[in-house]
Design a protein around this ligand. Structure first.
Ligand SMILES: C[S@@+](CC[C@H](N)C(=O)[O-])C[C@H]1O[C@@H](n2cnc3c(N)ncnc32)[C@H](O)[C@@H]1O
Ligand SMILES: [Zn+2]
Length: 263
């Protein structure tokens, strides 16, 4: 169990009726879906920051087809989550958050209100908040595990709230390569990454593999949840809309999962 920290003055927030209130009376109401919004004007660089509703709903549809199952299977078998306190940073529509919450006390934050609203509707026992990862609404050394899946993160802020391990999932070289082949004349592999992280020691790194059975119905939502959607010419996107009813293709899922501890 972790406590929320007031984003205005840094004091402890306590739940009073339907609001979190600090000793200086800064008040954050719990929305009807059950989440709390801690974003202040200085955390926002856009009117509606983070992933938009279309991206989030596409992500939810694809997750419902088991896209992240290789990751959740890996996480729930490789880490001792029982009885721990866990944070999922940039949790999106919350697939992993929901899976790990079966074992632990679980917190999810995302800067996208649409994402958190959808998360909170799906699960009432997870503590969800709208917040920026550059200013997490938590005290120091609170979390046994912090997860970041396909999300940006702020290493110093993670180190501050972490007491245990930080687990990062990123795409490997040929992640979604067959999708790229459908879109581009000369698809390229994802570049080699530098996995070193200042202030952290790498404890382990594993490659987790899977496949996604794409078809006419799910191939466009799959593209929409990726950053390629905004970089791909409209003509290539239209090719996906014109695929025949019998279209089927196995698409490679290649994840790299890196576990860090604080130095
Ligand atoms: C590619 S999605 C990944 C979502 C989820 N972890 C998953 O794997 O399904 C990246 C997420 O990071 C969130 N995000 C981007 N910048 C953020 C920030 N500064 N603070 C918190 N969340 C942020 C986006 O709103 C989005 O939901
Ligand atoms: Zn306060």
């Amino acid at each position: 169990m972790a406590y929320y920290k007031c984003p205005v003055c840094g004091e402890k927030l306590s739940l009073n009726g339907n609001s979190y209130v600090c000793p200086s009376r800064h008040t954050f109401d719990v929305a009807k879906e059950g989440y709390v919004n801690f974003l202040t004007a200085k955390d926002k660089h856009a009117k509606s920051p983070g992933d938009n509703k279309e991206m989030i709903l596409s992500r939810r549809a694809i997750m419902d087809e088991g896209y992240y199952r290789p990751i959740s299977d890996y996480v729930t078998s490789e880490y001792s989550l029982d009885g721990t306190t866990v944070l999922d940073v940039g949790c999106g529509e919350g697939y992993l958050t929901r899976e790990i919450s079966k074992y632990c006390s679980c917190y999810g934050i995302d800067i996208s209100k649409e994402a958190i609203r959808l998360c909170a509707k799906a699960d009432k026992k997870i503590f969800y908040s709208v917040a920026s990862m550059t200013r997490l609404p938590f005290f120091d050394n609170e979390f046994d595990f912090v997860f970041s899946l396909f999300a940006p993160y702020h290493a110093e802020e993670i180190a501050r709230v972490l007491k245990g391990e930080f687990i990062v999932c990123t795409p490997d070289k040929r992640h979604l390569f067959e999708l790229k082949e459908m879109l581009y004349d000369t698809p390229v592999e994802n570049p080699e990454q530098d996995y070193t992280l200042k202030g952290f020691k790498t404890e382990r790194q594993d490659k987790v593999r899977g496949t996604f059975a794409s078809n006419k119905q799910n191939v466009l939502p799959l593209l929409k949840m990726t950053p390629y959607y905004y970089r791909t010419p409209q003509s290539a996107i239209e090719k996906l809309s014109e695929l025949g009813d019998g279209f089927k293709k196995e698409i490679s899922l290649e994840f790299v999962i890196t576990t860090y501890s604080k130095e």
